[in-house]
Design a protein around this ligand. Structure first.
Ligand code: SF4
Length: 377
């Protein structure tokens, strides 16, 4: 799936965010017109920008990007940002339920299996300015919106402003924010969140072990376990909705049942616990010897942990895994969790009777997957 393209820009000084349209009648002054052929569009000044697969055309001072190789990946109503260098990023796809906002690439952890390794660059101002333009344009019937990073809470006060903006413009949308939860160890952060009283907000927080040293090793940050646990208790105190996330690999699997017991006994207030298959992207290929276990080989551990939590009434899911690799009694917990733009199946899957029910693989996991994947008949 293409989410980025580039052409030659003209008249663009700062990033422009807008909804794309192919209909010349949508000349509302804020839409961005897509031009694929030379059919006469005369009043270009009624658009906030023009994207064209054709060559340069004289349209006065209207921002334009021309000579774009292909515009077919854009649907009517998608929201894009046009940058001064001619790069066009898709920010929101109207035909998808898997949209998310990346708010910073900075992070205060450095996890062994991070799928989006942190970058130490000051991107917060640039991205915040874009998101302030984006959020009011998102359709009000948007079902779910993700917030990701990096670590979103590193935005500080801007994080709460962003949440407030979303709450005002998208009051019915479920918001799922991925955070390591560490900054909620500090009272001022929790108090800010409490003021928002945001019932549609779920925080997805990872916990990798019941033993502090293993968690800290996985996230490569000293004292992270203590901060996360303190953060979780602070969040529980204000009634914040929480999902715990556990990535399954060589460092986490050996103590999985102990972790499940720790969760039930110490964190019973969480709304959801997600066990997640490993993504073969970011740092993972570099750390693969420290991480890889064929998912088939951790079935017993996973089964014990999942059944333990479920037997006590906790809401449990398994993400990023394939039905043919796990025992049938775990199928009820398996979710089709992989976003549409990064979801793939193997040629083998085409013969499988469970193809429609199975979540398949991440695109990047086509390079690393269980040797036990086999079509079910
Ligand atoms: S063969 Fe493919 S579609 Fe069938 S269960 Fe396995 S991974 Fe899923």
């Amino acid at each position: 799936m293409i989410l980025k393209t580039k052409g030659i820009s003209s008249n663009i000084i700062s990033p422009i965010v807008g909804r794309v349209t192919r209909m010349p009648s949508n000349n509302d002054g804020v839409s961005i017109l897509l031009v694929d052929d030379d059919a006469g569009v005369s009043y270009f000044d009624r658009y906030s920008g023009v994207l064209s697969s054709l060559g340069y055309r004289e349209i006065g001072n209207i921002p334009q990007v021309h000579s774009i190789p292909d515009l077919n990946h854009l649907s009517e109503g998608d929201i894009v940002v046009i940058n001064a260098d001619g790069v066009i990023n898709t920010l929101y796809r109207v035909n998808s339920n898997h949209n998310s906002i990346l708010v910073t690439e900075r992070c205060n952890s450095n996890c062994l299996m991070c799928s989006q390794p942190p970058k130490d660059k000051n991107d917060i101002e640039y991205l915040s300015a874009i998101h302030e333009q984006l959020i009011p344009l998102i359709p009000k019937d948007c079902i779910e919106l993700g917030i990701t990073g990096g670590e979103p809470t590193l935005l500080g006060s801007r994080f709460f402003k962003l949440l407030e903006l979303i709450k005002v413009h998208l009051p019915e949308t479920e918001i799922h924010c991925l955070t390591n939860g560490r900054t909620f160890a500090w009272n001022n952060m929790v108090r800010e969140l409490e003021k928002l009283n945001y019932q549609k907000l779920m925080l997805g927080i990872p916990i990798y072990s019941d033993y502090h040293a293993i968690h800290d090793y996985v996230v490569q940050a000293k004292d992270a376990f203590n901060q996360t646990i303190r953060g979780l208790y602070n969040l529980a105190e204000i009634g914040q909705r929480i999902e715990l996330r556990i990535v399954l690999h060589k460092q986490t699997v050996p103590r999985l049942t102990k972790l499940a017991k720790y969760i039930y006994k110490n964190l019973p207030f969480v709304e959801h616990v997600a066990f997640m298959g490993l993504e073969y992207i970011g740092y993972t290929p570099h750390n693969i010897n420290k991480l890889w276990i064929d998912p088939f080989d951790y079935n017993n551990d996973l089964e014990e942990a999942v059944e333990y939590l479920s037997s006590f009434g906790m809401n449990v899911s398994i993400y990023n895994s394939q039905l043919c690799v796990m025992p049938e009694n775990l199928w009820q917990y398996a979710r089709k969790s992989i976003s549409d733009w990064k979801n793939e199946y193997l040629p083998e899957c085409q013969q499988c009777t469970m193809l429609n029910e199975c979540g398949g693989l991440f695109t990047w996991n086509l390079k690393k997957y269980s040797t036990h994947i086999k079509a079910l008949t």
